[in-house]
Each structure stands twice: as structure tokens, then as C-alpha cells.
Write a protein of this length. Structure first.
Length: 364
């Protein structure tokens, strides 16, 4: 089964972030960008993947079409592990992190989709599952920098049944408001997106601790400063989550060796796809680290994350990005069922994207 064609499809979905006037820090982020990777084989099977593309859609499409596709077309689509290693090796000059790996991730997802379709089973069965048919979600809120918006969205999430809520706030009033709103029985996570030096993070952790965070996520810049994260983890007593900015299993190996993390957050559209995610999950299990993937997506990346988590021996949480897109590629298939998500049972990743939605929201 040979790869005969690789195309990218750029999509942009307007969305409502449910926030007040300060939401997004004044940046006015109102569109979710997606790069679909469509892979066609000589057997007629077509697979779909997704490459991470927030604010870098055109660059990701270019690297897939101009750099990755020429090496991959003509190769055996069923040789997923071999292609993953071979393409990483051939393209290492262009980066072991970032755009190149994002593109390889999208190709890898499409190949797993093809493998499941060829076998007539969902991907989680190829991965040894299903250990779980439903994955509990956590509501991952937008950064509002606005107390009223935090209170409003926390209330909505609790009313919808979520027992875990992630904030993206970096100041105390918003975190205090969240804890007071949800009470002691709902877990809150605090994702800060790498704002602080190690010294600043230590000071922030002191005021955060009184609000009993389930984890503190990415508190330090640079995110790969694993020794500093390890020190903060030891000194603060707060569990640390990190990994959405890491690519390939080797960065996670270094992270685990430094004892820098309690919750590892590989993103299947960033790390190298399902093939690389599996390696990371195996490493994490040997180190006693819990895998809680980064998945603020509404395309094949989210389906792939569900398939992966269904095959993990220890149940984990899945990130449910708490925004409302104008449309999604899969409709109700990726909608939460209460605070949880049902694992798709269709062949491959579970379903093909809706062609009418592709036509309406395609931008390139």
C-alpha cells in the first residue's frame, strides 16, 4: 500500500471564547486555525491527520508540501514506525522541534487513520485497547484576566458536570475567584504559559498554594529549563505539569530524568504524532509520571488523543478546550457527554471530516 499523494487543507473556524472585554489580553484571538493532512494511497484508502498550526498555518502547510511530501510519496503507508524514524532522520537539519515536527505529526496521524481503515478497526484496537471507552474531560478555560469572566465560566463548567477546571490566569484575584466559585471539591489547575523566571515562579507558587492547585502548568520560561522546574517542584510542593511545548520522546526523556514533572502533557499534533506519543507514554509509565495530553483541538488531533487515551492502562484526563467554535469537522462525535468523551468506534481515527464543513471554512 503506497502513498500516492499528500495534500494540506488550511481551515479557520471563528469561535466564541465566552469571555469579557479583557479576554485574550487584548490580542483579539477569534479564529481557530487547523491544517488537515490528507494522505491518499494506491488502494484508494484516504487518511486524515492534523498538524499543529495556531498562528503558523501557512508555514506548516509549506513544510509539509515542500519538504515532507517529496520524501514520503511512494513510500509504504503501512510502515508507520519506519517512516517516522526515517523522516525525522532525513529532516533533522530542519529542526527537531517546531514546524518540521508539527508537519510530521500530521502525516503520522493520517497514516494511523489509514492503518485503522485498512484493518477495519478503530486505532485504539491497533494500540492494544480499549482499556477505556469513556475519557473524563477537564474544562480548559480561556485566559480572561477578568474576575467576572472567570466566575461566570467556572459556574458554567461546574453546572455541566466538570470536576476539573483549568485556568490560564497568572494573577491572584482570578485564581481566588475560581476557588471561591467552585468550592473545595472541584479541582483547579493553573496553566500560566511560561511567564516567569525561576525566582518569580517561586514567589507565585507561594500565593497559589493556598488555593490547592491540582497542578501548576508551565510556570517558567524557558519551558525546557527542566532543572529549574525540578527545583520548583521540590520547593513548592505543588505538582508540576509540562510538555505541550516539547517535541519527540527525547525531550520528555530529559524532563523525566530531571524529575521535573508530575503530569506530562504531550500534544499529538506537536510531538511527532501517535508513533512518538506511544514512546512518551511508555517512558512516563516507567517513571511514575501521569500522562495528561495537551489537546485544545477540534479536528483529527482530538480524535487521535481519544484513541490514544483509550489504550492507556491507567485512565487519565483529556483537555476539553472550553470555547465554542462556529462549526467542527465531526459534529457531535467530539462533543462532551456530560464531563466525559466517548471514544469513537469507527475505523481509523473514528470518522472522516465533514466535506461540507471543509468547503465552507477552507482558506487554503
Amino acid at each position: 500500500m503506497k502513498i500516492t499523494d499528500i495534500k494540506t487543507i488550511g481551515l479557520e473556524f471563528p469561535f466564541n471564547h465566552r469571555g469579557g472585554p479583557k479576554a485574550s489580553g487584548g490580542r483579539g484571538w477569534k479564529v481557530l486555525s487547523t491544517v488537515l493532512v490528507q494522505v491518499t494511497t494506491d488502494t484508494g484508502i484516504v487518511g486524515y491527520g492534523e498538524a499543529f498550526s495556531y498562528n503558523c498555518r501557512r508555514a506548516v502547510q509549506a513544510v509539509i508540501e515542500d519538504t515532507i511530501a517529496p520524501f514520503a510519496i511512494g513510500e509504504d503507508a503501512s510502515n508507520i514506525a519506519g517512516l517516522s524514524r526515517g523522516l525525522q532522520q532525513k529532516l533533522h537539519l530542519f529542526g527537531r522541534h517546531g514546524i518540521t515536527i508539527f508537519g510530521l505529526s500530521g502525516l503520522d496521524l493520517a497514516l494511523w487513520d489509514i492503518a485503522g481503515k485498512a484493518a477495519g478497526v478503530p486505532v485504539h484496537k491497533l494500540l492494544g485497547g480499549p482499556a477505556h471507552k469513556r475519557i473524563e474531560g477537564y474544562a480548559s478555560l480561556f485566559r480572561f484576566a477578568d474576575v467576572d469572566s472567570v466566575i461566570d465560566n467556572c459556574r458554567k463548567a461546574v453546572d455541566e458536570g466538570f470536576k476539573y477546571i483549568k485556568l490560564h490566569e497568572i494573577t491572584e484575584p482570578e485564581v481566588r475567584a475560581a476557588r471561591e466559585t467552585v468550592g473545595p471539591d472541584v479541582a483547579i489547575m493553573i496553566d500560566t504559559n511560561c511567564p516567569w523566571t525561576p525566582a518569580e515562579a517561586r514567589l507565585a507558587a507561594k500565593w497559589m498554594k493556598q488555593y490547592d492547585p491540582y497542578w501548576l502548568e508551565e510556570p517558567i520560561f524557558a519551558p525546557e529549563d527542566f532543572p529549574a522546574l525540578a527545583r520548583l517542584r521540590r520547593e513548592s510542593g505543588i505538582p508540576i505539569a509540562v510538555g505541550e511545548n516539547a517535541c519527540t520522546c527525547y525531550e520528555f526523556q530529559a524532563m523525566f530524568a530531571a524529575q521535573a514533572v508530575d503530569y506530562a502533557q504531550p500534544s499529538v499534533t506537536k510531538v511527532g504524532g501517535i508513533t512518538e506519543f506511544r514512546k512518551i507514554a511508555a517512558l512516563a509509565e516507567t517513571q511514575g509520571v501521569t500522562v495528561v495530553p495537551h489537546s485544545p483541538y477540534f479536528g483529527p488531533g482530538f480524535l487521535a488523543t481519544l484513541q490514544l487515551m483509550a489504550a492507556q492502562p491507567v485512565p487519565g484526563l483529556i483537555e476539553s478546550y472550553y470555547v465554542t467554535p462556529e462549526a467542527t469537522l465531526y459534529g457531535d462525535l467530539i462533543a462532551p457527554d456530560g464531563p466525559a468523551f466517548n471514544v469513537p468506534q469507527g475505523p481509523g481515527l473514528g470518522a472522516d471530516p465533514d466535506p461540507a464543513i471543509i468547503e465552507k471554512y477552507r482558506v487554503s
